[in-house]
Design a protein around this ligand. Sequence first.
Ligand code: HEM
Length: 156
Amino acid sequence: MGETDAQQQQQQQQEGGAAAPPAAKQRVISKEEMAKHNTEDDCWIAVHGKVYDITKFLPDHPGGPEVITNIAGQDTSEEFEEIGHSDSARHQAVPYEIGVLEGHEETATGCVVPKDEKAKKAASSGGGGMSGIIPLILVAIIAILTYFIIARQSTT
Ligand code: HEM
C-alpha cells in the first residue's frame, strides 16, 4: 500500500509538474481509517481538515511524543490550537501531510492557514474600523481651523 502510494506520487510529480503535489495530497481519508493509526509507530493526526502522518516527527516533537500519541488517530485541531503553536511549528507540519479528512474536502486548511486568517480578521475588524475614523477627525479639525482663520481675517 505505502509503496504504491509513494510510486504514484513520484509518477504524478514527474508527469504533472507544478500541479501534481496538491493533487497528490487530496487523498480523502475516513475517520475509521484515521483511527487505525493511533500508536507511536504509526501515528496519524488531523488538524483543521488535513491529515498528517507524523510518525517520523514524533521523536523530534518539542512537546514530547506522548501528548500526541495520547490523541493519535483523531482530529486534534483543538489541542493543536490550545498550545498556541508558533508559525514555525505550523510550517514544520507541511511535509507530513498525506490527505484530507472525509467531509473536509472543500474546507481543509491544515495547520498553516488558520493563524493567518485570524490575523487578517483581527486586522480588518480592529484596525480597519479605526483607520476609517481617523481621516474623518483630521478633516473636521482642518475645517474648524480654516473657519476660525477666515473668521479672524474678515474681522481685521
Ligand atoms: C503536525 C503536528 C505538530 C507539529 C509540527 C508540532 C510542532 C511543535 C513545535 C515546533 C513545538 C515547539 C513550540 C512551537 O514552536 O510552537 C511544539 C510544542 C508543543 N506541542 Fe506540538 N506539534 C504538532 C502537534 C501537536 C499536537 C497535536 C499536540 C497536542 C496536544 C501538541 C502539543 C504540544 C505541546 C504540549 C508543546 C509544548 C509547548 C510548551 O512547552 O510550551 N503538538 N510542537
